[in-house]
Design a protein around this ligand. Sequence first.
Ligand SMILES: [Zn+2]
Length: 270
Amino acid sequence: MSATLSFRWLGVAGIELMLGEHILLIDPFLTRPPLHYLRFGRPVPDAPRIVRHVPRCDYILVSHAHYDHLMDVPVLLRQNPQAIACGSPNACRLLEVAGIPEHQRRVIEAHELLTLSPFAVRVLCGTHVNLPPGFRFAGRLPDKLRYPLRLSDYRMDECFAFYLEAGDYRLLYGEAPQPADVLFTAPLRLSAEMLKVICPRLIIPIHWDRFFRPLDKPIRPLPGLPRYTNSLEKFRQMAETTLPGVRVWMPRLFERCKLTAMLLDVHLSS
Ligand SMILES: [Zn+2]
C-alpha cells in the first residue's frame, strides 16, 4: 500500500505536500511584507513565523523568482540544511545572494525530470499573468545585489509549472496541458480548453488571496478581484460544466487535507 499523501495550503501560492515522512514545498511564502515595500526598503523574511508554520522540508520547488514565491525559501533552507531548492537561473542566483550554499540550490529548466524521492517531478512551461507596464519584475537581474533584497530585485526569467507523481496520484501545480488527478491552480487563469486537457478530478484554487496582508489577519481576496467570490463561483460553474463530477475545493490556511480513494479527506490543521 502506498504511503499517505496529504497537502496544506500555506497561503498565496504556497503548498506543502507530504508523502509518508517526506515533505516537498512549492512556492512557500508567509512573510507577506506590507505594500509599501514594493517601492521602498528591504524586507526581511519573518523567520519565526515561517519556521513555526513550516518546521520541516526536504525539497522546495520554485515556480518563478518573484518575491511572493521565493523570498522565504532561504529561511527554510537554513532551517533544513539537508533540503534542496530547485528553480530558474534567476531564482538560484538570488538564493546565492541570500547566502545559500551551492549544494542546496539546483537550476532547472522546462522538460527536465527531477527525482526527489519519493516524488517524481516533471518541470513544465508555466504561465504568468501580464505584469503592469513599468514594473521591473521581469528580465535580467540587477548587476549589484545585496541581501536582504528589494522586492524589485526578485525578477522573473522563467515561469514553470510542475507535474508530480506522488504515491498513487498525479498532481499538477500551475497551468499546463498535462493530464492530472489533482490540480493546484490560480483559477482565473484557467480556460475551459486547458481544463479539458488536464481533466482533474479535484481542483484546489490557490494564489487568490491578498499577499501583502499579514497572516494574522483574516484572508482577503486580491484587491483586483472585488467580486472574487462571484468570480470563484463562476469558475466553479465553468469547471463543473466542463468536467461533470469534478470537485473544486477551497483550501483553508494550514489545514491538512489527506488524499484518499475518494480524493479528499479534510483533517484538523496542525
Ligand atoms: Zn509572479
